[in-house]
Design a protein. Structure first.
Length: 239
């Protein structure tokens, strides 16, 4: 499927809004000079452009990450927009006040290095379904994650394998062979779970999710999932 061109979409939205805004000025519905209109409107372009760069940086397929540009433009544009609505006092020449963003950008850089060394990332899309993929203990955090585990395609160690996943939004699909005992413990504020045809749907503060097969306690070869998300969509099937 062709990826949506986010930049073109945002640019289209901006120019449509700008055109409507200028049209309202020309027909007298809004009383404002053309120069004033452009000065009023350009912060919205900066804000949308910064949002576009940050959105692209979240995509795993994006090669050139523009975190720093996105953070700067988004913050600068937002502050100018708040000034336009007279919520704060901030002008174009107040950009020097944004120097603390240097620390934010350094922090992003450190997070990037930590992601590479520890499996940390903002968006994660992983599939463990190839023949003979290696089953091992895992501890991973992602802001948004999409995991697909298929334990029927590989050999499972003769021991307890613990997989810990956490983050903000989790979309997790798991397939177990019929003869493999497993246990799932988790928490989520928004939870939609289907485990071996057992359904659980909850919305609220910290809902617990607990399930284990009847033969789990006596088994040596078994798998444990610990899940901790704000929003969790989980599906577990046995074949």
């Amino acid at each position: 499927m062709k990826r949506i061109q986010t930049g073109r979409f945002l640019a289209a939205i901006f120019f449509v809004a700008l055109g409507i805004f200028l049209l309202l000025i020309n027909i007298g519905i809004i009383s404002m000079e053309m120069t004033e209109a452009i000065v009023y409107f350009y912060p919205f372009l900066l804000f949308l452009l910064g949002g576009k760069y940050l959105f692209d940086a979240l995509l795993p397929s994006t090669r050139r990450k523009k975190w720093t540009t996105g953070v700067l433009l988004l913050t600068f544009g937002l502050l100018l927009i708040l000034d336009r609505f007279e919520l704060i006092d901030f002008s174009f020449w107040s950009i020097w006040k944004l120097w603390p963003l240097i620390f934010v950008m350094i922090g992003f850089k450190f997070l990037g290095k930590y992601r590479k060394s520890q499996g940390f990332s903002l968006v994660k899309d992983h599939s463990y379904n190839k023949p003979n993929w290696q089953v091992h203990t895992m501890n991973d955090w992602s802001f948004v994650c999409d995991y697909n585990f298929d334990f029927s395609t590989t050999l499972i160690p003769e021991e307890e394998t613990v997989i810990t996943l956490s983050g903000f939004v989790g979309d997790i699909n798991i397939i177990f062979p019929d003869d493999i005992p497993f246990k799932i413990d988790g928490t989520a504020h928004v939870l939609s779970a289907t485990i071996d045809q057992h359904n659980q749907d909850n919305v609220g503060k910290g809902h617990a999710l607990t399930y284990k097969t009847d033969d789990f306690d006596d088994a040596l070869q078994r798998i444990v999932f610990y899940l901790d998300f704000s929003v969790l969509d989980l599906r577990v099937d046995r074949i």
